[in-house]
Write a protein that binds this ligand. Structure first.
Ligand code: MRU
Length: 338
């Protein structure tokens, strides 16, 4: 029996298992994650992904490493530094590793306890922000979302998808448009799967269809997650989010970002300070998946492949955090950073 369990993580006394998100929706395959190296590989290939989940899984891996190497704090620090560098954009990873590093002096049991507490905390944060997000939704609304922000990406109900899940649980009828989210299709593969799981009616669209969908008057709200929210309210999220925000503003569709306080980085003054991960050219030249590899571009086609983009605060209607729903004036006063 796992000690702790979520939709995509299982913690046992001496090991960690993750649901390999690259295999979904074709297969629900659980893998053992036994070392920092195994975690790095899983995170690099997005088998473990989503801002909160990356941080929580890193905390468990570091705690287990410390338990296997007692009294070797210099090694723990070395491992923590390696984990930290694996995906640089989602600040939840830094939040979780900072929390564990603060326990180094108290020994491995303290690290394990802290990691478990972070997991429980995320579950509660998800519920709180999801309730606040659901309060913004109106019966019958049509909501467009991007990437995957649900139970797969967190320890709880999720962030933006969490709001949809809570609204559905309250008995609300919604229709969700799911951006497929090129290049790695977290929307088409994961969000579509979660919508079916949550019994929420949805339609999958290619990212390039969002503008004409809004022009046709078919979108009432956009709700997305975030990987890092700056002091001025700019935020990084899966590439394509910025384009969605621009198009939403043009069509006067309210645009909300839903995230826990652990995604807020007061040390980042503006979006210019957020490190943006660049990924492999192969993700753009073709696709890798459960059915094999396909390449459609010329073999050496030059590629630009940022994994995230930055949406300026000026395009955001509201920031939905576990601590409250903030408008532009509250963000300008720094209320989300407290
Ligand atoms: O590259 P990914 O799949 O880890 O990117 C995920 C996103 O951008 C999510 O929108 C973000 O992490 C918020 S999820 C709760």
């Amino acid at each position: 029996m796992p000690i702790l369990e979520s939709r995509s993580l299982r913690l046992y006394a001496d090991s960690l298992e993750y649901l390999d998100q690259t295999r979904l929706p074709q297969a629900e395959q659980w893998e053992r994650c036994d070392s920092p190296e195994a975690w790095q590989l899983a995170v690099k290939r997005l088998a473990i992904r989503g801002a909160p989940l990356i941080g929580l899984s890193a905390a468990f891996v570091l705690a287990q490493y410390a338990a296997r190497h007692p009294g070797q704090e210099d090694k723990w620090q070395w491992v923590s530094d390696r984990l930290r560098a694996t995906r640089p954009t989602a600040v939840n990873l830094m939040y979780c590793l900072d929390a564990l590093e603060a326990c180094f002096a108290q020994g491995p049991a303290a690290l394990a306890g802290r990691a478990a507490a972070l997991f429980e905390e995320d579950r509660e944060l998800c519920q709180r922000m999801a309730e606040r997000g659901a309060d913004l939704l109106v019966e019958g609304e049509r909501v467009l979302t991007h990437c995957n922000t649900g139970a797969l990406a967190t320890a709880g109900v999720g962030t933006a998808i969490g709001a949809l899940a809570v609204a559905r649980k309250r008995g609300m009828t919604l229709h969700v448009y799911v951006n497929e989210t090129r290049p790695l299709l977290q929307g088409g593969r994961l969000t579509a799967w979660e919508m079916a799981d949550l019994d929420i009616p949805y339609q999958l669209i290619a990212d390039s269809m969002a503008a004409s969908l809004m022009a046709a008057g078919k979108v009432d709200k956009v709700m997305v997650g975030a990987d890092r929210i700056c002091a001025n309210g700019d935020f990084a999220n899966k590439v394509g989010t910025y384009m969605l925000a621009v198009v939403a503003r043009y069509h006067q569709v309210p645009f909300y970002v839903v995230a826990p306080y652990t995604t807020v980085d007061p040390a980042c003054a503006t979006g210019d300070d957020i490190p943006i991960e660049q990924r492999d050219a192969a993700e753009i030249r073709g696709a890798t998946g459960a059915f094999g590899d396909i390449v459609w571009a010329p073999e050496n086609a030059p590629v630009w492949n940022p994994s995230f983009d930055v949406t300026p605060a000026s395009l955001v209607t509201g920031w939905v955090l576990d601590t409250g729903v903030f408008d532009a004036a509250a963000i300008a006063r720094g209320e989300h950073c407290r």
